[in-house]
Design a protein around this ligand. Structure first.
Ligand SMILES: Cc1ncc(COP(=O)(O)O)c(C=O)c1O
Ligand SMILES: [Zn+2]
Length: 364
C-alpha cells in the first residue's frame, strides 16, 4: 500500500518512516474502498473492525491489538437530539477508533518506538494500543493537561512529558524530537491510518439507525473525527447508501477558532489566532495541520462552523449529567454549541451529537 503526498502527488510505500513528504505535504492513503453494502459488514466481529472491508489495513495485526473499540450506543436525549456515546471506549474517548488502526499499522510496519503529542485523549489511546503492540512510546502533553489523562498515559507504561506552553508549542517540541532523533511520529493528525478508524463512526451510525441523521454535531480542533466522518459520508454517498450529505455543524471553541474565522472570511487557510485558555482543552488547536483540507471539505459540503460559548460549557455539562450522561468539558462543549445554534437559528431537529470523551477524565 502507498501514501500519496497531498501537495506534490509523490507516491511512497506506507512502510516509510517519514511523517510527511520531503516537500512538506501530509500523506493521504492510496486506497479506494469497495462500494458500501450492509452485507459487507462482518457481524461476527464485535468491534469497529467489522467494517474492515472498507478500511485500509495491511495485514491481520489489528486482531492482536483490538480492545473491542467502537460499537457505542446511540441514546435519545430528547425529541430532536440523539447522542452517540463514543466515550464508551477502552480508554474513554473516540480516539481509540483511530489509535487501534494506527498502532496496527505500526506493528505491521515493524516500528519499534513511537512519539506522539496530544491534549491528552489521543495520547491515552496511543499509549494503550502501543502497550498492546509491545512498542515503547513517549507522549508529549501541554502544561495544564488533566492529571487523570497523564496518570492513564503513564499507567500504560508510556513516558509522558509535560511541555510548558500551549498545545501548538507542545506539538512543535514533539516533532522536533522526532526529527532530531529519527523517531516514528505516530500522530493522529499526520498519519492517515488514524482516519481509517474514525471513518467507522459513520459506518456504525449507518448500521445502527439504517440512515444518517439530518444534522451531525462534530467537534473540530485538528479535525480527526471530522475528516474520518466526511470521508465515510462521501463513501456512503458514492455507494448510493445515502442520497445527500447531512448538514455538519462543526464545533470550535470561542477561545480558539482558526477554522470558524477562516470560513467567515471565505479563506482557504486557517486564520491566525491567539488561543486563550478554555475548558474545551481538546479542541484548543490554534494551528490545525490539516486546516486547508478541512476547509476544502467545509466549502464543498456547506459545513457550518459554530462556537461553543465558553460560559455555557459547565451548564451544558450539568444538563447532560442530569440525564445520566457524564462527559468531559470538551464534549459538553458540543452540546453547549448545539444549544447556542438553536438559540440563534431556532429548533434544529434530527441531530446527532457525539459524546466523545468521558467526564472523569477532566475532573481535576
Ligand atoms: C474529547 C475530545 N473531543 C474532541 C477532540 C477534538 O479532536 P480533533 O482535534 O481531532 O478535532 C478531542 C481531541 O483531543 C477530544 O479529546
Ligand atoms: Zn510532496
Amino acid at each position: 500500500m502507498d501514501y500519496i503526498c497531498s501537495k506534490c502527488g509523490k507516491k511512497v510505500s506506507v512502510s516509510t518512516r517519514q511523517a510527511r513528504c520531503s516537500c512538506g505535504g501530509l500523506w493521504k492513503l492510496d486506497f479506494t474502498p469497495p462500494p458500501f453494502r450492509p452485507d459487507g459488514i462482518d457481524k461476527s466481529q464485535w468491534s469497529q473492525f467489522r467494517y474492515r472491508k472498507y478500511m485500509a489495513l495491511e495485514d491481520e495485526s489489528w486482531r492482536e491489538l483490538t480492545l473491542g473499540e467502537g460499537m457505542t450506543p446511540v441514546v435519545r436525549m430528547d425529541g430532536n437530539v440523539l447522542l452517540k456515546m463514543d466515550y464508551m471506549m477502552p480508554t474513554l474517548s473516540y480516539k481509540d477508533r483511530g489509535a487501534a488502526v494506527l498502532m496496527a499499522h505500526c506493528k505491521a510496519a515493524g516500528v519499534d518506538y513511537v512519539v506522539q503529542d496530544s491534549s491528552g485523549n489521543a495520547g491515552n489511546s496511543i499509549a494503550a494500543y502501543a502497550s498492546r503492540a509491545g512498542i515503547p512510546c513517549e507522549i508529549f502533553v501541554p502544561q495544564g493537561t488533566s492529571p487523570k489523562k497523564i496518570a492513564m498515559i503513564r499507567a500504560h507504561g508510556a513516558v509522558c512529558t509535560v511541555v510548558p506552553g500551549n498545545r501548538d508549542h507542545c506539538a512543535a517540541v514533539c516533532r522536533e524530537k522526532a526529527d532530531r532523533e529519527g523517531l516514528y511520529y505516530a500522530n493522529h493528525v499526520y498519519n492517515p491510518f488514524f482516519y481509517e478508524g474514525t471513518k467507522t463512526y459513520i459506518y456504525e451510525v449507518m448500521e445502527q439507525l439504517g440512515r444518517i441523521p439530518e444534522h451531525l454535531v462534530i467537534p473540530v480542533g485538528n479535525g480527526t473525527l471530522f475528516l474520518g466522518a466526511v470521508k465515510a459520508l462521501e463513501h456512503l454517498l458514492e455507494s448510493g447508501a445515502i442520497v445527500s450529505m447531512p448538514r455538519i455543524l462543526a464545533v470550535q471553541s470561542e477561545k480558539c477558532d482558526p477554522l470558524l474565522k477562516a470560513a467567515q472570511e471565505g479563506s482557504r487557510e486557517p486564520a491566525r489566532v491567539s488561543p486563550e485558555p478554555t475548558l474545551a482543552e481538546g479542541i484548543a488547536i490554534g494551528v490545525p495541520m490539516r486546516g486547508e483540507e478541512i476547509l476544502e471539505y467545509a466549502y464543498k459540503y456547506h459545513v457550518q462552523f459554530i462556537h461553543a460559548p465558553e460560559e455555557k460549557i459547565l451548564e451544558a455539562r450539568e444538563i447532560l449529567a442530569g440525564k445520566g450522561i457524564y462527559c468531559e468539558h470538551t464534549t459538553a462543549a458540543n452540546y453547549a454549541a448545539y444549544l447556542e445554534f438553536c438559540r440563534q437559528n431556532g429548533e434544529t431537529r434530527d441531530c446527532l451529537i457525539t459524546m466523545c470523551g468521558a467526564g472523569l477524565k477532566s475532573d481535576h
